[in-house]
Structures are given as structure tokens and as C-alpha cells.
Design a protein around this ligand. Sequence first.
Ligand SMILES: Cc1cc2nc3c(=O)[nH]c(=O)nc-3n(C[C@H](O)[C@H](O)[C@H](O)COP(=O)(O)OP(=O)(O)OC[C@H]3O[C@@H](n4cnc5c(N)ncnc54)[C@H](O)[C@@H]3O)c2cc1C
Length: 265
Amino acid sequence: MHIVACVKQTPKSDNVKIDPATGCLIRSGAASAMNPFDEYALEEAVMLKEQLGGKVSVITMGPPQAEAVLRDSIARGADTVYQLGDMAFAGSDTWSTSYALSKGIEKINEIEPVDLIICGKQTNDSDTGHIGPQVSAWMKWPNAAFVKKVVSVNEKSITVERLTEDGSEILELPFPCVLSVVKDINSPRVRSVKGRIAAKRAEVTKWTADDVAADKNKLGMKNCPTRVVKSFVPKREVCSACVEGATAKEKAAKLVEILKENKYI
Ligand SMILES: Cc1cc2nc3c(=O)[nH]c(=O)nc-3n(C[C@H](O)[C@H](O)[C@H](O)COP(=O)(O)OP(=O)(O)OC[C@H]3O[C@@H](n4cnc5c(N)ncnc54)[C@H](O)[C@@H]3O)c2cc1C
């Protein structure tokens, strides 16, 4: 089985400033790491490889420093890593990013057919949760989002449990397909010493937009359909209230009333 995990380098802290002119996050200067959800995506890919045999490839679209998350992926059990690092990709929105990733995965698929793509549920910077489903749309492969468990897997299909608004559901997807996963799915492993050494020596394949035959009219801030009209950091307001009542039951009933009034429940 050949599995591709999509990982993004994101700021470690949530204290990232927004450029008021472009509406983009100011990422320079912020310490970065693998997006937390992507650790779970990669771990699931490595676990499936260990169970079924095969190979894990990892792809990222990002600036030169994003190479660090690819080396980290090798330390965590990936076999080959690819970076889409051309300036033509810079400033892309989710539509453009998913297009670029799908072109990169198409090229990986030409080198060695891909059975499964695994993404994290969302990132901790842009936070849209779009990329997994959008990559599946570009690839025209079936998708399951919010996957919390792999129930079973065989040569032809994978059966997963995914979270829904009111519980969960079981879906069987034929290969090739795309999953995006939540943190319940596994516990990412600690990087081994052997893995860390392999990470230092690993070869990172770097592709430009031309290398993956991407249409440049679909890439970059100028060509993407999203326009950031306004971005701002919301003010944090802390307020408190005391719920009065003679008994615990009375207080609980009042609390429920307040929560309903404010549409929290
Ligand atoms: C107008 C505009 C300009 C932007 N300019 C920039 C910019 O200059 N630089 C910048 O970094 N971002 C920029 N962004 C944000 C960028 O578009 C998003 O980070 C990107 O599209 C992914 O969306 P997301 O972070 O919400 O991912 P989500 O959809 O929340 O991520 C889900 C999963 O998809 C995968 N994934 C997401 N992004 C990547 C990636 N890049 N490589 C591999 N896997 C990935 C991961 O597995 C992740 O867990 C811009 C956004 C807009 C709207």
C-alpha cells in the first residue's frame, strides 16, 4: 500500500499577528512545527504501512523552511518526502493550495500508484478544514472527513468511523481515497534515534509548479478566488455571573435557562 500524508508547517504559538494590508498571517519570526493534526495523519499512515506493508510518502506545500517538517516526517517513520516550494505557490488560498497538492500527488502517483491520502482535520493557523475534501475533489477520489477510527482495511477498501454532528457513522471507501483525521485516531509515536539519524540524511525532493504541470493561472494570491476583505484579532472579554438559588437543583435549572437564552444549548 502506498500512502501519502499531507503535512503543513504552522506556527507553534497561537500568538501570531495578522498583516492588516494583506490579511495574511505574519509567519516570519514565529517558531514553527508540524501542524498538530498532521502528526496524527502521519502516524496513521505509518501504522497502516506497518500492518499491511508498503510505503509512506509525505508532501508539503510551503516556503524553504518547511523542509524541516519533511525531515521530521522521516524521523516519525515516512519513507520519501516532497516539497512544493516554488514562489508561484505563495499566497495561495485553500482552493489553490489543494489544487497544487493534488498536482503534486498526481506526480507521486505517476512514480508509484497511490492508494490512500491522509490529511489532518485542520490546521492551527488558517484552520479551515478545507484541504482534505478539496484534494479529494481535485483528484476525483472519494473522501471521508473527521475520521476517528480505522475499523478494517483490505486490499480493495478501507472502512472508517467518522464523527458527525450527532455521533458517528461507519463508511467503507474503495481505494484510492482520501481521509482527514481527528486526534482520537491514535497516539503519535516518539521519534526514534534511528529515525532522527535518517531524517538528517534524507533526500527532500523539491518541485516547482512546472515540475508538477500545475496551471499557474490557478496559483498564488493574484489568481485565487478568495479575497480577504478584513482581518482582525477579536477582543477577549471575560465576564462572570453568579447563579442564585436555594438548592442545587434550582441553581442548575437557572443555569440551563441562562445557557438556553444565550443559545449555548
Ligand atoms: C488570500 C489568502 C492568502 C494566503 N496566503 C498565504 C501565504 O502567503 N502563506 C501561507 O502559508 N498561507 C496562506 N494562506 C493560507 C493558506 O491558503 C492556507 O494555509 C492553506 O490553503 C491551507 O488551508 P488551512 O491552513 O486552512 O488548512 P486546513 O484545510 O485546515 O488543513 C487540513 C489539512 O490539510 C493538509 N494541509 C493544509 N495545508 C497544507 C499544505 N500547505 N501542505 C500540505 N498539507 C496541507 C494538512 O494535512 C492539514 O491538517 C492564505 C490564505 C488566503 C485566503
